[in-house]
Design a protein around this ligand. Structure first.
Ligand code: MG
Length: 325
């Protein structure tokens, strides 16, 4: 098996001053990173993480261990910088990496809420599970997937690169079939565009991945473009990659202005934040209290209504008895 077309496109969206997303299209490695932090730290975090991948040494034999190793190295670089540079203190980034092996296996590793999808036979399957507060609430059955989509805290992530010297990386491997298409993307795409629309867009542009990536970004911007948007697409096809120049599409994220078809409005700074797993507990407690409160006030209303009804009955009884005399 070999890599066919591939493309990485990133766009600031319509409301953000900066683009804190980064992407890597450096076969056999593909990645998306979505940075966060004050001032320009978000951009720094995601670009440091991306650079760690492009500056990797030999040893791309594939496999989950290698992917975890690459992400750990990216984490070390971001964390070290956050420690050394006060202006970058507290910065972090998500990272989702796909590593291709010529036997057709794709090893994926990720931290945070940037996702990997597999498009096969006209269907789009989400491969990664978000490390986010709302995803955790959905897993615990406390939130429906529909509620999670519109939850005000949907951009709060529970794991990120850069916050600690070591990071917990989720890894797994997918066996690719001829014609499989992989999509790595930041939450600026998935929070704006539903999975059916992403599937349709990919379907319509399946023959041209550059067109597909641009159409995905356009869809996100047409729906508001609240966040930076990044899409990396690569296809796996039958064939031998040994000693052969691969048919590829290069990465030119800022090549054309056509990616900015709409004026930017109401610029805001990034609002993504990282919370520890402990903080989830308190957020969950707050969520439960919020959920319980309407019930409590319902009871108060009910008790008040009964008291009023009883008083009214007593008054009516007294009046009727008084009239009867
Ligand atoms: Mg984002």
């Amino acid at each position: 098996m070999k890599i066919g077309q591939y493309i990485g496109e990133t766009n600031p969206g319509r409301k953000r001053r900066r683009n804190e997303d980064s992407c890597v299209t450096d076969p056999p490695v593909f990645a998306v990173a979505d940075g966060m932090g004050g001032a320009q730290a978000g951009e720094l975090a995601s670009s440091l993480a991306a650079a760690a991948l492009t500056e990797r040494g030999d040893g791309d034999l594939g496999g989950e261990e290698r992917v975890a190793e690459l992400i750990q190295e990216a984490n070390r670089r971001v964390h070290q910088r956050a420690v050394d540079d006060e202006a970058a203190s507290g910065m972090g980034t998500t990272m989702t990496v796909a590593l291709f092996h010529p036997d057709g296996s794709i090893s994926i590793g990720h931290v945070g809420d940037s996702r990997a999808y597999l498009y096969r036979d006209g269907r789009l399957e989400q491969l990664t599970e978000d490390h986010s507060l709302v995803a955790e609430l959905v897993r615990r059955g406390e939130l429906s997937p529909e509620e999670a989509e519109v939850h005000p805290q949907r951009s709060v992530i529970t794991r990120a690169l850069g916050t600690d010297p070591d990071v917990d990386v989720d890894t797994f491997t997918v066996q690719a079939l001829d014609g499989d298409l992989f999509l790595l993307c930041s939450d600026g795409l998935t929070t704006m565009v539903d999975v059916d629309t992403i599937t349709d867009v990919v379907d319509r542009n399946r023959a041209d991945l550059r067109a597909a990536a641009r159409a995905l970004i356009r869809e996100a911007n047409n729906r508001g473009g609240d966040d930076n948007i990044t899409a990396v697409l690569f296809e796996v096809i039958e064939g031998d990659s040994e000693g052969e120049t691969m048919e590829t599409v290069a990465l030119h994220p800022d090549e054309e202005d056509t990616l900015h078809p709409l004026p930017q409005t109401g610029l805001v700074e990034g609002d993504t934040s990282i919370v520890s797993v402990d903080a989830i507990q308190s957020a969950l407690a707050a969520h439960e209290r919020e959920a319980a409160e309407p019930r409590a006030s319902l009871w108060r209303h009910l008790v008040a209504a009964i008291v009023v009804a009883v008083l009214l009955a007593v008054i009516v009884f007294l009046v009727v008895r008084g009239l009867a005399r």
